[in-house]
Ligand binder design. Structure first.
Ligand SMILES: [Zn+2]
Length: 314
């Protein structure tokens, strides 16, 4: 895997865009660790980034050139205009069940912190997903340099201080994460807005370990029990719409479910996220702060955002 990826990196200019997208997606989905190694081997050669020295060459505006799907009509994130979202009446309740007691990897891939669920069983279904069963693959966070910026989605033009993404794949229709990640109904992402307030106890099990994954490529294993359901706001409705991955290759395979009620994290917890670095320790001065790791909003086009008033409990 690394060998193949290395040649892609070295000779990427000789690949047509569609080939490149296919390979990036395959690596993205099949082996996230290999993808991180191959496509972001250091700040100076990052394939895409938000804040690293080469951001002008690898930042979100450049994704349109490198990844054809990033120019599609079903891109994410978007601004949610609440007055224009449609009330879809009754939908089946959204239900989820997660594995609590299993080891998790917490990784700094250079553009966020991410928790890999390591293939343990979980189940998300209902709501806009119908009877298909989705399984949690990983979850990660986006944040800003200051309070009030950092979320990817915005609501009536308002940004939040961060956004958690719980990424699930459709196990009813597809055999693997890689297969699902390329299909229109392959992924479901639960999005949770973050605002500054009280300390988030469940999230702190991860946040307290961030000093140990300060630089890109760092990874720790967490064995403490954690229930991802505790990351979700209680008693909140949600918005749902068809969209895409918000990082390259920006594949249009995501059913977004964005909870209306934000969760609170403390200023100290957010400060620990802002201390992460987008480079490897060996990058020295180039191991810059990992800040504002969010993609700007994109046009909704003719898509409909459905407003689900009652999420139906767990
Ligand atoms: Zn994300």
């Amino acid at each position: 895997m690394v060998k193949i990826g290395h040649s892609v990196l070295c000779f990427s200019d000789f690949y047509c865009n569609c080939t490149r997208t296919r390979i990036v997606l395959a690596l993205w989905a099949r082996d996230s660790q290999a993808r991180d190694r191959v496509f972001e081997p250091g700040c100076a050669t990052a394939y895409y980034s938000y804040t690293c020295p080469k951001v002008k060459e690898t930042g979100p505006v450049t994704w349109l050139e490198k990844f054809p799907e990033a120019r599609g009509a079903r891109q994410s994130p978007v601004d949610i205009v609440t007055s224009r979202s449609s009330n879809s009446g009754s939908v089946p309740p959204l239900t989820f069940r997660y594995s609590v007691h299993h080891p998790r990897s917490i990784v700094n891939p250079g553009y966020c912190w991410r928790v890999d669920e390591n293939g343990y069983n979980s189940e998300l279904r209902g709501g806009p997903l119908g009877s298909d069963v989705y399984k949690l693959q990983q979850w990660h966070c986006h944040w800003g340099a200051k309070n009030g910026e950092g979320s990817e989605h915005t609501v009536d033009g308002r940004s939040f201080s961060g956004e958690l993404h719980l990424v699930h794949w459709n196990t009813s229709k597809y055999n693997s994460f890689v297969e699902a990640a390329g299909q229109a109904d392959g992924l479901a992402v639960l999005g949770v807005f973050i605002m500054v307030g009280s300390k988030h106890e469940e999230l702190h099990k991860v946040v307290r370990l961030l000093p140990y994954i300060q630089h890109k490529g760092d990874k720790v294993t967490m064995s403490e029990a954690l229930d991802p359901a505790n990351l979700l706001p209680r008693g909140s409705g949600y918005w749902t719409y068809p969209g895409s991955l918000t990082t390259p290759p920006c594949t249009e395979s995501v059913t977004w479910i964005l909870f209306k009620q934000p969760v609170e994290v403390s200023a100290e917890q957010l400060a620990l996220m802002r201390k992460l670095r987008c480079g490897e320790a060996s990058c020295g001065e180039e191991a810059m702060e990992l800040l504002h790791n969010y993609r700007p909003t994109l046009p909704l086009g003719n898509r409909d955002i459905r407003d689900i008033r009652d999420y139906g409990g767990h």
